[in-house]
Structure formats: structure tokens, C-alpha cells
Design a protein around this ligand. Structure first.
Ligand SMILES: [Zn+2]
Length: 421
């Protein structure tokens, strides 16, 4: 395999939140899996390297889905008339229990991985289900597809039906075994995944905290998504001042434990301060927040506060796997928030949404989501000739049309320096 090569086309990316870097008709050089640079003319030292010429197409950094449930992909677009807690009982739990069965898990995860492969997403932080063998199989399929992802075996030992609940001991033993068995993948890595506080006893959380320190793995969960959920957490954890403390008390809230929390729709001042202090990533999932009537997260404020924010599809709370769609949802939600909730905070822009979809969420994976030198080489090539218009558009306008109109299927895709198709 060639380790040094270049792509040629119209390069667009966001080194700084809200600012588009545009390099029409330029070269993006990959050296040993990372970006060597962007050049108008190929420098002497790169003469003779293979060049894939994508002509007038747009080349964007690979997109990052910071929150998605692979085990819910089968029922995306269903049950959307329910609120979160009912929706979990009636949709999520029965479906996820089917992943105990190997043949079902195989079929469902193949569909999910194929969809992810052909989307603009190059990296994702994924919830599987509580079943260890099925989770390992999902990791294997993603690894074979060339998608560098985090995948979590879910932990649940309370407030869930008998058919989808482990004992505390079982949950910890299975998690340990899964961590040991998942160390060999090339691109896919494990991430601890307590479903959310209502599903996990203190004993389980304490055990996961110990496993986190022993294995040095990151962690993902849900935070302050929905008002009835937050009230429930308050009842379950009377000693905590806010939801985030229910994780923080076990060392599972950033700091030495790289953490991504989905939603943060209702995080109050103290919680936000701790999120920032501990460098917790916020996965903003606007479509899910609308579908299960959670609310409108103050994402623009999070960006202004200097929080680390990425976008998540949250399938199947979100019906669409496309992060382009998540970008438009985020922008539209922020307009409603500006109009209806907070007139002092303007709406998000396309360049801000692109930043969250690439470099913002990408930072959870390291140097990911930009074409700056030293970044991992993740790129998608978008063909907007499939979106005919009589107008002559600038590069900025062409990006906006792709974000709002594209079906989300790139014509070529690269992850970690490797061409996937
Ligand atoms: Zn979720």
C-alpha cells in the first residue's frame, strides 16, 4: 500500500471554529497516515507521488459521530411519538435484548457497519448492547471496514427489564473479559459505557471506575438529556448536587478519564463548570433531542464558553445516521432557541456546525478532523454535480448546498490514511 500520496480537489475545512479554510484546486498530501500539508502546487519533494485527481469535487475532513447506538439501528425512524423513558421501555430495551442471539446480532451489525461505511462518518463513538460476544463482533466488523471507532459494551444492573439486566458482579466480570478480549483490534478501541445513571447501581459505577483506572480506557454515557430523567437521577443519588456528580464521584467524568457525554440539554451552571474544568466532551444530538422531546441544548453558548463539543446522530433517538443532517438540525435548533428561549445568543452558522462535525468531535480521537499538518488523514470526497442548479456557486455556497441537500454519501472516503472506497 502507498503510504505517501495526494488528493487533488477543492479542499474545505475549519482549523478554527466558525472559520472556513478554502483551498480551491489544491493538493492534500498524506504521509504515513497523517496530513503532511495542503499545497497549491505540489512541492519538489512530492513530485512523482500518486495523485488521485477529484477534479471539481469538494474534499472535506472525515466526519465524526460522537454518539450513536449501533444496537438501535434496526428501529430507526420508529416509535418517534414517545418521550425518552417510554421510548426506552418500548423500543430500545426489547430490540437490544435480541443481541444475545448471535445470528441476529450478526445481521443487524452488518447493516449498521455498511451504512456507516458509506456515510461521511469516518469515526464514531458507539454504544453496542450489554452482550459481550455481539459487541466484539461489532468491533471486528468495524475494524475490517477500516473505520477507527470507539465501541462500548453497555452496563446495566438496575431499572431495566429482567431480559436486559446483568447482576453487578456479572456486569463487571463481563466488562473485564471484554476489555481483555478487545485489545487486539487495529483501529477499533473499547470505551466504558454505563448506559446512564438510572441503569447503574453505585456498586457497578464504583467497579467501572476501578476498571477505568486499571485499563486506562475512555468512557461515554448520557447526561442531563430530559427533565424526567434528571428528576429520577436526583431521587436515585440524593447525595449529589447535580447529575454530573453521579459520574464524577466514581472518577467517571473527565480529567484522567477521557469522557464524552451525550446531550447536556439541561446542564446547569455548576455542571457546566465541571464539564469545562474536566474537559468532558459534549455530544450534541439535536435530532434525538427533538424526536424524544428532550429540549434544545444551548450549544452556541457551549462553544462561546470554550467547551469541547461535537455532533452525534444518536440513532435511534435520531432517525438519521448522517452527520450532515445533524449539522442542519443543530443550526435549525439553535435558531429556535435564539427566537424562543435566549435572544442574546445568536444561532449557529454552517462553518460552526462543520467545525463541530469534524475537528470539534474529532478531538476526542486525538488529532482528528482537520487538514492541518500532523492530523490523521481522514477525508471524504463530495460530488455536488448530483445537485443541479442554474446558479454559479462559490465554494462556500457549494459547501452549504452539500450540507443541506446531499444524501450524505461521499464518492470516496479515506480514514487513517487508508482509502476505504
Ligand atoms: Zn444515546
Amino acid at each position: 500500500m502507498q503510504t505517501t500520496f495526494a488528493l487533488k480537489g477543492n479542499l474545505v475545512y475549519t482549523p478554527v471554529c466558525g472559520e472556513l479554510a478554502q483551498h480551491p484546486n489544491s493538493y492534500l498530501v498524506c504521509e504515513n497516515g497523517t496530513v503532511a500539508g495542503v499545497f497549491d502546487v505540489l512541492p519538489e519533494r512530492y513530485r512523482g507521488i500518486p495523485v488521485e485527481d477529484y477534479g471539481d469535487k469538494l474534499i472535506l475532513p472525515g466526519f465524526v459521530d460522537l454518539h450513536v447506538h449501533a444496537g438501535q439501528y434496526a428501529y430507526r425512524g420508529l416509535g418517534m411519538d414517545m418521550e425518552l423513558l417510554d421510548w426506552l421501555e418500548q423500543n430500545a430495551f426489547p430490540e437490544e435484548s435480541r443481541f444475545a442471539e448471535e445470528t441476529y446480532a450478526e445481521a443487524a451489525y452488518r447493516i449498521f457497519v455498511d451504512a456507516l461505511l458509506h456515510s461521511t462518518t469516518t469515526r464514531a463513538s458507539i454504544f453496542a448492547t450489554l452482550h459481550r460476544p455481539a459487541t466484539l463482533r461489532l468491533m471486528q466488523l468495524l475494524d475490517q471496514a477500516g473505520l477507527p471507532c470507539y465501541v462500548g459494551k453497555v452496563n446495566m444492573d438496575r431499572n431495566s427489564p429482567d431480559y436486559l439486566r446483568e447482576t453487578t458482579e456479572q456486569s463487571l466480570a463481563e466488562t473485564r473479559r471484554w476489555l481483555e478480549e478487545s485489545s487486539d483490534f487495529r483501529l477499533v478501541h473499547p470505551i466504558l459505557t454505563p448506559r446512564f445513571t438510572p441503569s447503574c447501581t453505585d456498586a457497578l459505577m464504583a467497579g467501572l471506575g476501578r476498571l477505568q483506572r486499571e485499563f486506562g480506557v475512555p468512557m461515554q454515557s448520557h447526561l442531563s438529556e430530559n427533565l424526567s430523567e434528571i428528576a429520577w437521577v436526583q431521587e436515585l443519588c440524593p447525595g449529589t448536587r447535580f447529575y454530573g456528580e453521579a459520574y464524577a464521584q466514581f472518577g467517571l467524568f473527565g480529567g484522567d478519564c477521557p469522557t464524552v457525554m451525550a446531550h447536556c440539554v439541561w446542564s446547569g451552571e455548576e455542571e457546566r463548570a465541571l464539564i469545562k474544568e474536566n474537559g468532558v466532551f459534549i455530544a450534541h444530538c439535536p435530532q434525538s433531542n427533538m424526536n424524544v422531546s428532550s429540549g434544545i441544548a444551548p450549544v452556541k453558548q457551549y462553544l462561546q464558553e470554550g467547551q469541547k463539543v461535537g455532533l452525534g446522530s444518536d440513532v435511534a433517538g435520531g432517525a438519521h445516521l448522517s452527520i450532515l443532517r445533524a449539522m442542519t438540525d443543530a443550526i435549525q435548533c439553535s435558531k429556535l432557541r435564539w427566537r424562543l428561549v435566549d435572544q442574546d445568543t445568536p444561532a449557529l452558522t454552517v462553518p460552526e456546525a462543520l467545525y463541530m462535525a469534524t475537528k470539534g468531535g474529532g478531538a476526542f480521537f486525538g488529532k482528528v478532523g482537520s487538514f492541518e499538518p500532523g492530523y490523521e488523514f481522514d477525508a471524504v470526497v463530495m460530488d455536488d454535480s448530483t445537485l443541479p442548479t442554474t446558479r454559479t456557486c462559490t465554494l462556500t455556497e457549494r459547501l452549504e448546498r452539500i450540507v443541506y441537500l446531499s444524501d450524505g454519501r461521499p464518492c470516496a472516503k479515506y480514514a487513517a490514511g487508508r482509502k476505504l472506497f
